[in-house]
Design a protein around this ligand. Structure first.
Ligand code: SF4
Ligand code: SF4
Length: 168
């Protein structure tokens, strides 16, 4: 295990993050636009599904998702093993900002809270801000946990790994 991974495992607990979000204004996402959210509110919206860490390819102007995940994703916990250092280590790791949320063709999965809210939808009932439980994403089958995914280091041709999952 790298030093980065050690650091993450001692520093990051998904349920603590959900518990911390309980101190935020109740249902802030119902009346605040993404652009007006505080950093804490923005961070609380991420459900930790891990799906934005799947590799995508563009074919004839269309985004195709693959089931090949970034080498630094722990696909059981759906945590990034190098989260505080991800932009230094992975050149194409993308910050989830408004530009990413609004990118066309759509770049985030259709279950992503940022994309849902920005497009006029509410949070799904399995979202941790609704349930109060980090695990509810996994329990609803909406995270990568338990899915047939492959580490990108084993992939030769991404076209062989294109998937058509309903929640992407
Ligand atoms: S897809 Fe959205 S909700 Fe899921 S981990 Fe990425 S940013 Fe968070
Ligand atoms: S480095 Fe970026 S893409 Fe890779 S697991 Fe971490 S957050 Fe996801």
């Amino acid at each position: 295990m790298s030093n980065f991974e050690d650091e993450l495992q001692t520093a990051y607990n998904p349920q603590e993050r959900v518990d911390a979000a309980k101190k935020l204004e109740p249902e802030f996402w119902k009346h605040k636009k993404l652009v007006n959210m505080s950093r804490e509110e923005w961070e609380a919206l991420c459900d930790g599904c891990g799906k934005c860490c799947l590799n995508k390819i563009e074919i004839k102007g269309q985004i195709k998702w693959t089931n090949a995940h970034c080498r630094f994703l722990d696909c059981q916990s759906c945590l990034c093993k190098i989260y505080p250092h991800r932009f230094e280590v992975v050149g194409d790791c993308r910050d989830i900002d408004l530009a990413a949320v609004r990118e066309k063709p759509r770049w985030l999965p259709k279950t992503c809270a940022y994309w849902l809210l920005d497009n006029g939808y509410d949070l799904p009932d399995w979202h941790p801000l609704i349930t109060g439980k980090a695990l509810s994403v996994k329990e609803a089958g909406m995270s990568l946990a338990g899915r047939g995914v492959i580490n990108e280091t084993k992939v030769k041709d991404y076209e062989d790994y294109i998937v058509d999952w309903q929640d992407l």
